[in-house]
Write a protein that binds this ligand. Structure first.
Ligand code: ADP
Ligand code: MG
Length: 363
């Protein structure tokens, strides 16, 4: 029996995809995801998410929805929800009010993923290496003596990142600072851009950057791991838009590589630490000694054509539509919404090409 699936996204055209709308999806990517979802032979409804009221009216007018496929990071009419770290969880809370299950991680998990202070606290609890960091509220900018001492303890250079948001909102090459004066200048710049906010000040790691994509739940499939070119520098929003043109310079870390097991373990441990579901992309960075640290977990990794996740999926033999369908399939399985046999068979053949990782059951 086909299910009624509500696809929820924040859509913008290329010119609008900047500043606080940097996390929104391009119309062409939304269209491609919708087409892929339709191929699953379910009944797909679409909503470009603006406001809670619009969402509630849509739900009531389209009763009853079996599952929401949610890539929206918040409400476009309240742009701060797109980057303040709470939007993805908030959307899920509204859906929970109507008992509508969601793809991707739960609202509790999204809250952890979208707030780097919560992410780091959770990863640290599980013994996963993270850079040395401190949390700084811009409200308390006058309390600088205490900050100065703490940053000295971490040691320069440090990088300043907004705790909420993603897609490098509030992050640029200027985020890396070598002294306290420049640090305070950058804090003011971010505050001007985003208003009062929580910042993370952390050790700048000068080595190579990696990203790991994991699909599934208890049974996980790790996509081929990307090693970014060593000279890419801080991946700001501009770099993320254009870096796909450099893909021939990207490295794939294969099983024979001595970094492989460590990366795989860090990725899977992070997935479990944040209690992720269906899909997660984890960013990691090396220090100059080659020690690898987790720097970011992405609960709603871009499903765009040019995004890292699709690049990894393509390497594993999955086309873009199959990647989208796999996320949907994993979610439907989790909720016991039996997918049709054709779809099941299609995916079964494909996942064999990925690296399978069975999680060990914790008693
Ligand atoms: N500790 C760090 N050391 C060096 N570079 C970093 C560090 N943290 C982040 N970066 C750079 O900034 C980019 C964006 O930071 P990230 O934490 O992934 O935030 P976002 O959620 O915006 O993707 C990273 O891809 C990386 O290039
Ligand atoms: Mg990141």
């Amino acid at each position: 029996m086909p299910k009624k699936i509500l696809f929820i996204y924040n859509q913008v055209v290329a010119e609008e995809r900047k500043a606080c709308f940097g996390e929104c999806a391009l119309v062409k990517d939304v269209d491609a995801i919708r087409e892929a979802l339709k191929e699953s032979n379910n009944h797909i409804l679409s909503l470009d998410l603006h406001s809670p009221l619009q969402l509630e009216e849509f739900i009531l007018a389209n009763h009853s929805i079996d599952l929401a496929f949610v890539i929206a990071e918040g409400f476009k009419a309240n742009p701060h929800t797109l980057y303040n770290g709470h939007g993805a969880a908030l959307v899920r809370r509204y859906l929970a009010k109507y008992n509508i299950p969601c793809t991707h991680s739960s609202f509790e998990s999204m809250e952890v993923c979208r707030n780097k202070d919560l992410t780091y606290a959770r990863l640290r609890e599980r013994g996963i290496p993270i850079p040395q960091y401190l949390v700084f509220e811009t409200h308390f900018i006058n309390n600088i003596k205490c900050i100065e001492a703490q940053v000295s303890e971490i040691g320069y250079p440090v990088i300043i990142k907004p705790a909420g948001g993603g897609n490098s909102i509030g992050i640029s090459s200027k985020s890396v600072v070598y002294n306290f004066k420049d640090l305070m200048e950058q804090v003011k710049t971010v505050q001007k851009q985003l208003g009062h906010t929580t910042l993370i000040i952390e050790k700048y790691l000068a080595g190579q950057e990696y990203t790991i994509g994991i699909l599934g739940n208890k049974e996980k499939y790790v996509l081929p791991v990307i090693g970014f070119p060593k000279n890419l520098g801080v991946r700001d929003a501009g770099t993320k838009i254009t870096e796909h043109t450099l893909r021939d310079k990207f490295e794939f870390i294969t099983e024979s590589d001595k970094r492989f097991n460590n990366l795989l373990e860090l990725g899977v441990d992070s997935f479990e630490a944040v209690l992720a579901n269906d899909v997660l992309r984890i960013d990691l960075k090396e220090d100059e000694l080659g020690n690898i640290y987790v720097i970011d977990v992405n609960g709603t990794p871009a499903l765009s054509f040019t995004g890292s996740l699709n690049f990894m999926a393509n390497k594993a033999g999955l086309k873009h539509n199959q990647l989208v369908q796999l996320v949907l399939y994993k979610s439907m399985l989790r909720y016991g919404l039996a997918p049709n046999i054709f779809f099941d068979e299609l995916v079964k053949g494909l996942i064999l090409k990925l690296i399978k990782h069975e999680s060990i059951e914790v008693a």
